[in-house]
Design a protein around this ligand. Sequence first.
Ligand SMILES: Nc1ncnc2c1ncn2[C@@H]1O[C@H](COP(=O)(O)OP(=O)(O)OP(=O)(O)O)[C@@H](O)[C@H]1O
Length: 491
Amino acid sequence: MEKILIIDDNNDICLLLERFLSKQGYKTASVQRGDDGLVLLRKEAFELVICDFKLPDIDGLEMLRRIKVMHPTTAVIIITGYSDVRMAVQTVKHGAYDYVTKPLYPDEILYTIKAALERRAQSLNQSKGAPATAAPGTTKVSTTKPSPAKTALTPDGKRFIFGRSRAAEQLQKHIDLIAPTDMSVIITGETGTGKEFVANAIHLKSKRADKQFVAIDCGALGKELAGSELFGHVKGSFTGAMSDKAGSFEFANGGTIFLDEIGNLSYDNQIKLLRVLQERKIRRIGSNQDIPVDVRIIVATNEDLREAVRQGKFREDIYHRIAEFEMHLSPLRERKSDIMIFAEHFLELANQQLEKDIQGFEEEAKDKLKEYYWHGNLRELQNVVKRAVLLTQGDYIEADVLPHEIISPQYFTPEETNAGHVQVNYDPARPGIPVFSQSAANLKSVSENAERAAILKVLEKTGYNKTKAAEVLNIDRKTLYNKLKAYDIHL
Ligand SMILES: Nc1ncnc2c1ncn2[C@@H]1O[C@H](COP(=O)(O)OP(=O)(O)OP(=O)(O)O)[C@@H](O)[C@H]1O
C-alpha cells in the first residue's frame, strides 16, 4: 500500500485529506509543521508527500529541497493559494511533481496523486537501467531533472501549437528559418511562454531530429551539480562520485542541448561552456581526456542577459557565441488573439488526460480568460483549463469554475509598478476596461505596493536568491528580510 504524508498547518485539511485518501486505499499520516514532517521522513520513507507551500516554520521550496535530499524518489505535490502560483511554479522547476491550488477538490487531488505515483514508478523503472549518478556531497543524485530527463517532448504526444497573432506568425517563420541551420539560438521570454517548446520545435525540424534533445534547467541545478550534470565526471573526482558518469553534452551528441536559465550558470561552468562553443570538446570533471561533441546549443533566459554581461555576471564572449539568433516570445497577454486557441488546445489535452468530454467554454468564461493578465503565461493557462475541466459537470466550462483571481482580478502588473502603481479591477459590465480602485489614491499604499512588486520582480529575476536580490535592490540582506516579512512575501 502506497504511503502518503500530508504536511499542512490547517488541521481540517489534514483530516479531510487523510480520510479521503484512506478511503482510496492509501496509507496516510499527517503533521502540521515542516520540522515534524522532516522528523517523520527521517524515520520512514513515503512514496508521496503533499506539502503546503506556506508552513509556519519552513517555506515550501526549502521543504522540497530537504525532502529530495533525504528521499530523492519521493514524489512531492505542493498545495498553494492562487496568489502564490508563481512561487509554486518554482517548486515544480525544483523537482515537485506538480502543485494544486486551494480550494482543494477531491477529484483534482486524486488525479494529481495518481499521476505523480505513476510518474514515480516509471522513473524508478527507467533508472534501473540508467548509469549510476552521484552528486557532490550527497550519496545519490537529487537533481530535479537528471540527464537526460527532459528529452524530446513531442514523442510523448505533446503537440506544438501556433497561434494566429502576428507574434505567432513571426515565431513560426523564425522557427522554419533557423531550424535547418546549425546556429546557436537564444530564446527570451517570461516564464511559461513556451521557450522549451520552441527549442524542441527547432530541434524536431532540424536535421538532428532523430538524435537526442536534452533539456537542462541551469536554474534548478546547484553550482556543483551543474558541472557534473552538464559535462559528466569520473569516479572519485569528488566525494560521492562513485562511478564514471556521462554529462548532458555527451547524451546530446549529434542532437541538441537546451540550456534553460543560462544566466544561472556559475563562472566556472561558463568557462567550460565556452570551450564547448569554441572547440566542440568537453572534459568530464576529474578527467584530462577531451571528448569531441557535436551538439547544437539553444539557450533560454527570462532575465536580461545583456544586462548580466554589463554587470560582469555573464561572459560577453559566450553571449556573442550563443546569440547567433535571438528569438523573443511575447507574453500571452500581449497576444490576446491566441488565448482561446491555446485554451481550446489545453481543453482537448485535459479531456484526454481526465477522460472527459467537455465541449468548450461559455462566453463569460472566454471573456475572463481573455482579460486576465497571465503572469505564468501558457503554463498557467494550461493549469487553469485542466482544473476547470475537472470541475465542470456539464458540457461547457463556465466562469464560476475559474479561480477567483481570474473572475475578479486584483493585481499590480509589473509595467504599472514601474510607473508607480495602479490597482486594477474589472467591471463585468465592461469587459477589458480597467477600473481603478479607491486604494490607488492612497499615496502610502501606492509606494508600498510598488516596493512590494519591485521586490517580487527582482526575486523572480534572481531565481529567488535573496543575496542576489538584495544586491540588485541595493539594500542589505537584513533590510530585505524585514521587507519580505512586512510585505508578507514567503519564499
Ligand atoms: N507552442 C505550444 N504549443 C502547445 N503547448 C505549449 C506551447 N508552448 C508552451 N506550451 C505549454 O506551456 C507549458 C510551458 O512551456 P515551456 O516549459 O516551454 O515554457 P518556458 O518558457 O520554457 O517556461 P520556463 O521559463 O518557466 O522554463 C508547456 O508545458 C506546454 O504544455
